[in-house]
Design a protein around this ligand. Structure first.
Ligand code: PEP
Ligand code: MG
Length: 536
């Protein structure tokens, strides 16, 4: 048994097989190499590995689905055998890297097959040949072929996980997230909270753990590899106790979130997309306090169309059946990067071109989203929320663009509602001008993740700074109180949708400060409801 220690980003216990996350093959670049012999050897080694994987797939298919299906892998092996001459020639003649030589060979072979009009079978094999080329390229980069399709739920291990990677995972097959890098404030931690599974970061676990049995302890931040029988027994018991606690909390479903003295709090859920709605309903959220709409963009290969967005927003509005659904407009940039936006690399991305700044610069992107939001508003109780606000003019400008969108919908007789507008309070500037902002909007939602980052000048992604990071810093708590007071002076309701909103040690403090709404990962709702119901 080996034990590796890291930091716990979300609590819980998970027991299962460890699986290393396979990184998707990256874009292949053409690079000059001096040692062409070594480069060709690198190709040959990867080819050998790819051949073994293909044979394994062949045998598995033979056992599970029969000979006819298994044959395709014989064709893959044949394609791979034919790669050698072309790959060697490209590497030696052009002094280029093996990845480029393999990708070019794959593309050329695919083009040749596509032209075989007299042989429809081979013509249909262009995807297979590209699949083979991708496999070899992945193997050259340390991957092992078959992506992240797991047959059983696993403890997922990775160097780090970008939001664009987590969105592609089959979440029903993930029992826990363990990353070698990352921080407790990262989006992986947020996702773990939504899924109610343990997550660890900064764990120095070696790649060799892949495939072994493991236990993730999200209370202490440790992972056990090949656990001894007594440890396994202890954790099995702990997992059962956790499940029992969960069963007790379920009794709070359907109950109001109100203190004994009668102060009611809106307890809402944070979501990244339609896929999270079942967690919302399961945990009895009274509404959605933050729909991170950028996840729709992260899931797409290109800008999602108005129609695609409309369908997603409409589904959420309909599923929530008249309950409030706060949808945040696109908050891209900084830690949430998307290739097709072609954003320039910045020295200081957290202080850079992001969120509302992108929307007010590229108005067409913003208008497409707003049209989708207003169209969906006819199907439920949608509220629109603007992220990363620092100035009054940004809200005024965004509202004037909304008016243009509404005028256009009116002209075309498209039904919509005049929805409430809110802003996120995520910057010290927004806190300091909260009185002015409150005159323009219907609600505030405090984004404590970014508000803490900007108030303390601590990059939320930088793991080296964690000891300086204090989520309970008096400056942050004071900023929250100032925001609540300013909102209430102008009849503007105030909520918290950052991770701090789910912190059970602060629930009482927030209620006493006068908070109206707390929005959090669905798994935190029932525990926080319990605290509020127990309060005087
Ligand atoms: C926040 O900053 O607190 C927030 C809710 O937004 P995100 O975590 O998506 O940046
Ligand atoms: Mg934020």
């Amino acid at each position: 048994m080996e034990v590796y220690q890291g930091k716990a980003s979300f609590k819980g216990v998970a027991i299962g097989r460890i699986a290393e996350m396979k990184k998707a093959s990256t874009v292949v670049r053409r690079m000059h190499v001096d040692d062409v012999d070594a480069e060709f050897q690198r190709y040959l080694a990867a080819k050998e590995q790819a051949q073994a994987e293909i044979m394994e797939l062949h045998d598995k298919a033979l056992k599970e689905v029969g000979e006819a299906q298994a044959e395709i892998f014989e064709v893959h092996a044949m394609f791979l055998d034919d790669f050698d001459d072309s790959v060697e020639n490209i590497i030696r003649e052009q002094s280029v890297n093996a990845e480029y030589a393999v990708a070019t060979t794959g593309d050329n072979t695919a083009a040749m097959l596509a032209a075989m009009d007299d042989n429809p079978y081979m013509q249909a094999r262009t995807t297979d040949v590209k699949d083979v080329a991708d496999r070899v390229i992945r193997d050259m980069n340390g991957g092992s072929g078959d992506g992240n399709v797991f047959t059983e739920p696993v403890l997922l291990i990775s160097d780090d996980l970008a939001p664009s990677e987590t969105v592609q995972l089959d979440k029903s097959k993930v029992l826990a997230f363990v990353t070698r890098g990352g921080s407790t404030n990262s989006h992986t931690a947020i996702l773990a909270r939504t899924m109610n599974i343990p997550a660890l970061c900064q764990v120095p676990i070696p790649k060799e753990a892949d495939g072994k049995m493991g236990i993730v302890d999200g209370f202490t931040g440790s992972i056990y590899v090949d656990p001894d029988a007594d440890i396994l027994e202890k954790y099995q018991q702990m997992a059962e106790e956790e499940a029992e606690k969960q069963r007790l909390l379920i009794q709070l479903k359907g109950k109001d979130t109100v203190t004994k003295s009668g102060k009611a709090i809106k307890l809402y859920a944070n979501i990244g997309g339609i896929g999270d709605l079942n967690f919302v309903l399961e945990n009895d959220a009274a509404g959605i306090g933050l729909f991170r709409s950028e996840f729709l963009y992260l899931q797409s290969e290109d800008y999602p169309t108005e129609e695609e967005q409309f369908k997603a927003y409409r589904t959420v509005a309909e599923m929530m059946a008249g309950k409030e659904v706060v949808i945040r407009t696109l908050d891209i940039g900084a830690d949430k990067q998307i290739d097709y936006f072609n954003l320039e690399k910045e020295e200081n991305p957290a202080l850079g071109f992001r969120a509302i700044r992108i929307c007010l610069t590229n108005e067409e992107i913003f208008k497409t989203q707003l049209r989708a939001l207003y169209r969906a508003s006819a199907y439920g109780n949608i509220c629109i929320m603007l992220p990363m606000i620092t100035s009054v003019w940004e809200v005024e400008k965004a509202k004037s663009i909304m008016e243009e969108v509404k005028d256009d919908l009116r002209i075309h007789k498209v039904p919509f509602k005049d929805v409430p507008i809110g802003v996120m309070i995520e910057t010290p500037a927004a806190v300091l001008i909260a009185d002015d902002l409150a005159e323009l909007v219907d609600f505030f939602s405090i984004g404590t993740n970014d508000l803490t980052q900007y108030t303390l000048a601590i990059d939320r992604q930088n793991q080296k700074l964690e000891r300086f990071f204090n989520a309970h810093h008096p400056a942050v708590l004071k900023a929250i109180q100032m925001t609540i007071d300013a909102g209430h002076r102008h009849n503007t309701w105030v909520g918290i949708c950052g991770e701090l909103g789910a912190d059970p040690t602060l629930t009482e403090t927030f209620v006493r400060m006068g908070i109206d709404e707390l929005s959090m990962s669905p798994s935190s709702i029932l525990p926080v409801r319990k605290i509020i119901r127990d309060m005087d």
